[in-house]
Design a binder for this molecule. Structure first.
Ligand code: AMP
Ligand code: MG
Length: 319
């Protein structure tokens, strides 16, 4: 059983020191990521919190949502962001061909996820999208930036990594990262559809890609081969820190997939309208879960440790 992260006011002086060191690694990580993307021509957009459309998180097999938050404002129903995927596709198609956004996500995870040490109910995605990009381009970019980040942190916050016991274990990954098609993993993990998600992280020393994962309607699925053009990045010991993919942009495909997934068309009315008018453009991107990235970097015992105000499923703290 994992020890639950304590709120700031209950930390011992030693635990507070650790929290502060994690905070410095987090700041250095944010500085590096925002400048690495900015210097590669990405615009930095501010996030959205309430909207008619959000990620359905369905039928993603990894999702486990206890409650979907909806609130009435001005006589209309809006939802809190579970991810900005719909906004990313629209923004990327119409106005910003390369951008990133630090996007707060609220996902009321089932309370049994309290002990995974890997789930929170409020987290931030470093979310980005590139018009016209291929999956390979995005994967290459992420590899380059992740390698740069680890190399940078090993200099910039060396003393913090040393005290956190992470300087030696956190090796600079080598490119290209290993890529596993999900189907190739099935025989290795007893043919079980999803066992690789928990077992693969225990079998690797460096981050690896898993591609071709059945996901939500917006990830591109080849109508001919049925192959999903998407990718998850898996880090040793912990698991998935990033999901991304090339996107569907054609009206017929999106409508078919919404119907297949049993999703309401009216939640995606604008996306469909733009697709019908030919204004939705092909794009690819990804979202990095910042708290998960940091959990791996600092070797946290529980993801709530990297949050100044932990949001552990099933627990509501005073702040
Ligand atoms: P998804 O679109 O569901 O793959 O989410 C994108 C990324 O957000 C994932 O790869 C994780 O890094 C992160 N993420 C998803 N759910 C959670 C959660 N409950 N707590 C923390 N991070 C999460
Ligand atoms: Mg995912």
């Amino acid at each position: 059983m994992k020890e639950m992260p304590k709120p700031l006011e209950e930390l011992s002086s030693q635990a507070l020191l650790r929290k502060q060191q994690i905070g410095r690694v987090a700041s250095a990580t944010l500085r590096y990521l925002t400048s690495a993307f900015s210097s590669r021509g990405f615009d930095w957009l501010l996030p959205v919190v309430l909207s008619r459309s959000t990620d359905p998180l369905w039928p993603d097999p990894d999702n486990s949502i206890e409650k979907r938050l909806e609130v009435d404002i001005y006589g209309e129903t809006v939802r809190t962001m579970m991810s900005m995927i719909v906004h990313k596709q629209v923004a990327c198609s119409i106005a910003y061909p390369r951008f990133f956004v630090l996007s707060p996500n609220v996902r009321i995870e089932k309370r049994d996820r309290k002990t995974t040490g890997w789930h929170t109910y409020e987290f931030t995605q470093f979310d980005f999208e590139i018009r016209g990009a291929s999956a390979e381009e995005v994967m290459g970019l992420i590899e380059e930036i992740l390698v740069g980040l680890i190399r940078h942190l090993r200099k910039e916050v060396k003393s913090e990594l040393v005290s956190l016991g992470r300087f030696d274990p956190l090796k600079v990954p080598k490119r290209p990262f290993t890529v596993h098609d999900r189907r190739s993993l099935l025989p290795k993990y007893d043919g079980d559809e999803w066992e690789w998600e928990t077992k693969l992280p225990q079998d690797i020393e460096y981050p690896v890609w898993v591609t071709n994962i059945p996901m939500e309607f917006y990830d591109f699925e080849s109508p001919k081969s049925g192959r999903w053009d998407n990718y998850d990045l898996i880090v040793p010991r912990y698991g998935e820190i990033l999901s991304g993919g090339r996107r569907e942009w054609e009206y017929d495909r999106i409508t078919e997939k919404l119907a297949r997934d049993g999703l309401k068309k009216e939640y995606y009315a604008l996306l469909l309208k733009l697709a019908q008018e030919g204004r939705l453009k092909p794009s690819a991107g990804a979202g990095i879960g910042l708290e998960r990235l940091l959990t791996w970097i600092v070797g946290a015992n529980h993801i709530g440790e990297v949050q100044p105000f932990p949001k552990v499923p099933g627990l509501v703290y005073n702040l």
